[in-house]
Design a protein around this ligand. Structure first.
Ligand code: DAH
Length: 334
C-alpha cells in the first residue's frame, strides 16, 4: 500500500472516533489515538522522513491538510461537548416557585393596599375593578350628585377633549354603580384604584392619588356594621391603640353620611389630635333606585378613603409627593 493510501483510513477512523466521543474524556482518548504521541496519524507523520525525496512534497501537503481537518473536527466536537457539560442534567421547570427573594420589593402604596385588601378578605369582601376613564353617569349622576356640584366643575375635574362626557374618575365611587348595575344584591366589595383631580401638587395633594372604596349591600345593614368593619380593618392595619371618630358630614350618595377621623400616637406626633381619613355613610335610597335595587328591601353602607393618607400615617411620611418620585433612597426604606 502506498503511503498516501494509508492516510485515508486513518483520517476516517479519527473523524469517526471524534464524532462518536460521548464526553470530553472520550474525546481526549480519541485524540490520543490519532494525534497523540503514539497515535495512528502521528505514526504516519513519522514515516514522512523515510519517503523518497520526490514523494515528500505531495505527501507533506496531504498530511498537513489532514492534520488541519482533524484538529478542526476535534475543536468543534470539544465545543459541543463542553456546552452540553455546562447545561443542567435535569430539564428546568420555570414554573416552580423561586427559592430566593427577587431583587427589589413592593412600593409602600402597594404594601398598604395589599394589607387593607387582606383585612377585608377576612370579612368576606372581594376586590372589584372599574375603568379610570369614566362617564359622568357613573361618576356623578347615578351617585345622586347634582349637576351643580363643585366636583363636576371644569376646575375640579379632568374632562377628555372633544366635548364628550368622558372624564378621569374623581373617585372610586363610580365602581359602586358599575357593580350594582351588573349584579343583584347582596354585595360585599372593595375597590382599590387610582383617581384624578385638578389639584396642584403640594405636600398633601397630588393630581392623581389612590382610594379604596367599600360597598356592602344586604338586608338589615346598619351603621354599627359600618363602624365595626372600619374599626376592625384599621386596628389590623395600624395597631390596637388607634382611635376612630365618626363625624356627621354630607355626601349626596349616602344618608346619613360621616367623615371618619383617626387618632394615634403618630398623628399626635404630627401635631394633630385627629386626622380625617375617610368618607362613608348609609347608601342613599336614590342610588339604589338608580341601579334598579328596591330601597325598601335593601340597605347598605359605603366608604372611601385615600390610600396615600393611610400610608403617610402608617410610616410617618410628611410629603405625599415622595410616593411618586421613585427615589430609591426613599423606596428602599419599606
Ligand atoms: N367619594 C368620596 C371622595 O372621593 C369618598 C366617599 C364618601 C366614598 C362617602 C363613599 C362614601 O363610598 O359613602 O371623597
Amino acid at each position: 500500500m502506498s503511503f498516501l493510501d494509508q492516510l485515508e483510513p486513518v483520517r476516517e477512523a479519527a473523524l469517526k472516533s471524534f464524532a462518536e466521543a460521548a464526553d470530553l474524556a472520550a474525546l481526549d482518548n480519541a485524540r490520543a489515538q490519532s494525534l497523540g504521541i503514539n497515535g495512528a496519524f502521528t505514526a504516519l507523520l513519522k514515516q514522512l522522513s523515510q519517503l523518497p525525496k520526490e514523494e515528500k512534497p505531495a505527501a507533506g501537503k496531504r498530511l498537513n491538510e489532514t492534520k488541519n481537518i482533524l484538529e478542526a473536527a476535534l475543536a468543534e466536537r470539544r465545543g459541543t461537548l463542553e456546552l452540553s457539560a455546562s447545561l443542567p442534567k435535569i430539564a428546568t421547570d420555570f414554573s416552580l416557585p423561586g427559592r430566593r427573594r427577587t431583587a427589589g420589593h413592593q412600593h409602600p402604596l402597594t404594601q398598604v393596599t395589599d394589607d387593607i385588601v387582606k383585612s377585608f378578605r377576612k370579612l368576606g369582601f372581594v376586590v372589584a375593578d372599574g375603568p379610570e376613564i369614566e362617564d359622568d353617569h357613573h361618576c356623578f349622576d347615578a351617585l345622586n350628585t347634582p349637576a351643580d356640584h363643585p366636583a363636576r366643575d371644569l376646575q375640579d375635574t379632568f374632562y377628555l377633549a372633544g366635548g364628550s362626557r368622558s372624564l378621569l374618575r374623581t373617585h372610586t365611587s363610580s365602581v359602586q354603580i358599575r357593580v350594582m348595575e351588573k349584579q343583584p344584591p347582596p354585595i360585599r366589595i372593595i375597590v382599590p384604584g387610582r383617581v384624578y383631580r385638578r389639584d396642584n401638587a403640594d405636600a398633601t395633594h397630588n393630581p392623581t392619588f389612590h382610594q379604596i372604596e367599600g360597598l356592602y349591600v344586604d338586608k338589615n345593614v346598619t351603621v354599627s356594621d359600618l363602624k365595626g368593619t372600619v374599626e376592625f380593618v384599621f386596628k389590623q392595619l395600624l395597631g390596637d391603640e388607634v382611635k376612630l371618630r365618626f363625624r356627621p358630614h354630607y355626601f349626596s350618595y349616602t344618608e346619613p353620611s360621616y367623615e371618619i377621623d383617626f387618632s394615634s400616637a403618630l398623628v399626635r406626633k404630627m401635631g394633630k389630635d385627629w386626622l380625617e381619613i375617610a368618607g362613608c355613610g348609609m347608601v342613599h335610597p336614590q342610588v339604589f333606585k338608580n341601579v334598579g335595587y328596591d330601597p325598601e328591601v335593601w340597605t347598605g353602607w359605603a366608604f372611601g378613603f385615600g390610600i396615600e393618607r393611610i400610608a403617610m400615617i402608617r410610616y410617618g411620611i410628611t410629603d405625599i409627593r415622595m410616593f411618586y418620585q421613585n427615589d430609591v433612597r426613599f423606596l428602599s426604606q419599606f
